[in-house]
Design a protein around this ligand. Structure first.
Ligand code: GLA
Length: 387
């Protein structure tokens, strides 16, 4: 779908021109998984797939939500607040609008048509993409004095309170703040961030969609969130100054881990604390152009997510097992929440075609259907698409 096609769809539906078109990307996380809600560092990049919104204000006092991806739509009268309706897709933009209204901003009627090319529930942040797209569009349409950083916090709160998932800030921050050809190194506790050049010269960043939807992802995600909270409470008995699991060093983990008698909680804490260290090492490797070390850290991250955090599964592990055996693949890991969804791999550019063909047949033999493979580049965050 290009811009002209989206505009035509808008005209067909609303019998007028859209005033603006906005785009918000999805993201992959290079490293730092299940870290954001533990107050550590993550390293996502925005990708070129994402969600578009064609929009125009109306004077009917009605907010209309339509999508080219889903049959459900909604037409809601302007109110001072809204609540979630079942599991329909429009809860995401509705939750954002509700948040803005609760914060005292005013809105008018809106005609909105969404279209996205991100696989849903595949770990590429389709939810953060549509949330941030709506938030950014509202900021532009109503000249709201809110920074991108504040929009990210607001979208995260929407996801936590309106949608009911205890996610951290990574996805919303990444799709708002990312910069082309750069990875975003974000401290999820302080929201300090920096950009690290990521052009992967001579290498391709490959996204492998296992096409396994993240079954029960939200409940398992909230379970991990609770386990981390429980581990933190135990560590605090010995380390009262600690606010987040990621404030604990590997050395302190070794010293105090016996305070956790539950082996599951110990494994969860080990993943979080070691992963946070891996992000710091990966940032250094990227800054010094040491892609070999960077790649090894990706593999180590996956192993930790597989054995300690237990959020991978057969499909993702099959992809990573293949990658490990492929000479020109520097590193690979699952990305996002896990339990299915996507993996990323860093592969030498000249063999990327062969890599993708061989992986397709290997995966199809093992799992019974092929994966979907895309090549990605680090892209820009949310923006208006000018006419
Ligand atoms: C999902 C959440 C993020 C983050 C990742 C795991 O994408 O939305 O906040 O926790 O999982 O790293």
């Amino acid at each position: 779908m290009n811009r002209e096609e989206l505009m035509q769809e808008f005209r067909n539906r609303f019998h007028k021109e859209p005033a603006n078109i906005f785009f918000c990307p999805g993201r992959v996380n290079l490293i730092g998984e299940h870290i954001d809600y533990n107050g550590g560092r993550v390293m996502p990049v925005a990708i070129s797939m994402g969600t578009w919104l064609a929009v125009s204000k109306n004077t009917d006092g009605i907010i209309r939500f339509y999508s080219l991806n889903f049959p459900e739509s909604a037409e809601l009268h302007l109110q001072s607040s809204y609540s979630k309706t079942g599991s329909a897709w429009f809860n995401y933009p509705l939750g954002v609008i509700d948040h803005l209204l609760q914060d005292g901003h005013t809105a008018s009627g809106l005609d909105m048509l969404f279209y996205g090319n991100l696989p849903v529930a595949a770990g590429l942040s389709s939810s953060a993409s549509i949330e941030m797209l709506t938030a950014f569009a509202m900021k532009e349409l109503f000249a709201l004095n809110i920074s991108r950083k504040e929009l990210a916090v607001m979208c995260k709160e929407t996801e936590n309170r309106f949608i009911g998932v205890n996610c951290g800030i990574m996805d919303q921050f990444a799709v708002a703040m990312s910069k082309k050809h750069h990875a975003l190194l974000l401290n999820c506790d302080t929201l300090e961030y920096e950009y690290i050049p990521f052009e992967a010269g001579g290498f391709s960043l490959v996204i492998i969609d296992t096409c396994k939807q993240r079954m029960l992802a939200d409940s398992k995600y909230n379970e991990r969130f609770a386990e981390c909270g429980a581990a933190l409470r135990l560590f605090k008995k010995e380390l009262p100054h600690v606010q987040n699991l990621c404030d604990i060093s590997m050395a302190d983990f070794e010293l105090y881990k016996d305070i956790i008698s539950n082996p599951v909680l110990e494994k969860r804490a080990l993943h979080v604390i070691s992963e946070n260290q891996r992000v710091k090492d990966a940032a250094l490797a990227l800054q010094t152009g040491d892609l070999a070390t960077f790649g090894k850290l990706l593999y180590a991250s996956h192993a930790s997510l597989r054995y300690h955090y237990e959020v991978t599964g057969r499909e993702l592990d099959t992809v990573i097992d293949f990658c490990r055996g492929y000479k020109d693949c520097l590193g690979a890991r699952m990305t996002g929440a896990g339990f299915g969804g996507c993996a990323i791999a860093l592969v030498k550019e000249r063999t990327a075609g062969d890599f993708s063909n061989s992986l397709e047949s290997y995966y199809a033999r093992a799992i019974g259907y092929p994966p979907k493979i895309n090549f990605a580049e680090a892209d820009e965050g949310v923006r208006e698409i000018r006419f």
